[in-house]
Design a protein around this ligand. Structure first.
Ligand code: PLP
Length: 423
């Protein structure tokens, strides 16, 4: 998508991969120091060795410090940190750990609809029961506790719901949860004895005025021991998103809170089956959680690059909402965070019938026509789940600004033409 890698991240990883470069004076001293510290923590001082299954110890310590700073000093224990092969790996591992039982006792896992398909796919693979709770489109895709309660009560008739998954900021819906909403979810999880899984991979991607990222961990601890001593939580982060966008490195971590020590032992055993997360991904994660500080040689360049990426994404989030909402049959909620919009589209009755005749979901029909006529590729809403009778597509806000503007204008014109043609 044309996003330039952040120089400091690549300098440190390059030095780790090819330590000969430590003698090259093109590299700044702080990048060299960081690389040497990482290498010294690797077996045989090489990034090519296996690491501990839970991840390199100093990197887990750096992650814990990062979490403490992010959460205003609330303690984080490096023993509760598990480094991972991206967030996908730790999410699947956690689900594997939690899913059990047969028949009506089979574990139910509550997931938002629309959802990121990793969840439905992992649940299908594990044979767990997917319990859908619908986000409130009319209210900017907010999470509604009444809807959570409805979904839970329904599910209890045929399975054993034990896990509640939250994606904040949301994919594909781009909403950012309010602090009040997070408190309500935590209270609900405490009352209903649910294990919380908080997917927070977009924690740096918050754009809308008045919105801020609140981690589940921070809110949980600020609610006091009545909750922070009992609610079990796993939260997930990744090097794939944020200002980094380094998804190919496959770096990430999970923090577990209040997990029964015997269960935690099983978790550690489970992650050790796959030996360790890629060490270059761990090194990259270390730089993300422990970046240059004021006064360091690379600080200014690092901050300037980070702010440029995030500022640019914020501008594209605004543009996407603005241009799509100019089209009469498209309704797009504000892209408050993450990297996507999930607009609702009007579909003429005839197009719906034709799609059905072809055995396609109506929004798939729309997306295929769009692709064939304009070359623009978006994903049908049916792939993420949506309320019966509504139609959506998901698009990322990632293309370069000038290209995105053209793309949005073409999409808008195409929809208008599509409605006319099939009305
Ligand atoms: C909500 C959400 N969770 C997890 C992931 C997986 O990220 P990773 O690359 O860290 O595995 C994604 C990727 O798009 C995502 O959108």
């Amino acid at each position: 998508m044309g996003q330039k890698p952040i120089t400091f991240l690549r300098q440190v990883t390059a030095l780790c991969l090819y330590p000969e470069l430590l003698n090259d004076n093109k590299f700044p001293d702080d990048a060299k120091q960081k690389a040497m510290r990482i290498l010294q923590a690797c077996g045989g001082n090489s990034i090519g060795s296996y690491s501990a299954s839970q991840g390199i110890e100093i990197i887990r310590q750096d992650v814990a410090k990062y979490i403490e700073t992010r959460d205003g000093g609330i303690r984080s224990n490096p023993d509760d940190i598990y480094l991972s092969t991206g967030a996908s790996d730790s999410i699947v591992t956690m689900l594997k750990l939690l899913v059990a039982g047969q028949g009506n006792a089979r574990t139910g896992v509550m997931i938002p609809i629309p959802q990121y398909p990793l969840y439905s796919a992992a649940l299908a693979e594990l044979g767990a029961v997917q319990v859908n709770y619908y986000l409130d489109e009319e209210n900017c895709w907010a999470l509604d506790i009444t809807e959570l309660r409805r979904a839970l009560e329904e599910a209890r008739k045929h399975c054993n719901p034990k896990v509640l998954c939250i994606i904040n900021p949301g994919n594909p819906t781009g909403q950012v949860q309010s602090r009040k909403c997070i408190e309500d979810v935590i209270r609900f999880a405490a009352e209903e004895n649910l294990f919380l899984m908080a997917d927070e991979v977009y924690q740096d991607n918050v754009y809308a005025k008045g919105c801020a990222f609140h981690s589940f961990k921070k809110v949980l601890f600020e609610m006091g021991p009545k909750y922070s001593d009992v609610v079990e939580l796993a939260s997930f982060h990744s090097t794939s998103k944020g200002f980094m966008g380094e998804c190919g490195f496959r770096g990430g971590y999970m923090e577990v809170v209040n997990m029964d020590p015997a269960v935690k032992q099983q978790l550690t055993k489970l992650v050790s089956v796959r030996l360790c997360p890629p060490v270059p991904g761990q090194a990259l994660l270390d730089v993300v959680v422990n970046p240059p500080q004021p006064g360091d040689p690379s600080y200014k360049e690092f901050i300037a690059e980070k702010q440029a990426v995030l500022g640019n994404l914020a501008e594209k989030a605004r543009l996407t909402e603005e241009i799509l909402n100019q089209a009469p049959g498209i309704q797009c909620n504000p892209v408050q965070g993450a990297m996507y919009s999930f607009p609702r589209i009007e579909m003429p009755e005839r197009a719906i019938k034709l799609a059905q005749a072809e055995g396609q979901a109506p929004d798939m029909f729309f997306c295929m026509k769009l692709l064939e006529e304009t070359g623009i590729c978006v994903v049908p809403g049916s792939g993420f789940g949506q309320r019966e009778g509504t139609h959506h597509f998901r698009m990322t806000i990632l293309p370069p600004t000038e290209k995105l503007k053209i793309l949005l204008e073409r999409l808008k014109d195409f929809h208008q033409k599509f409605v006319q043609e099939y009305s």
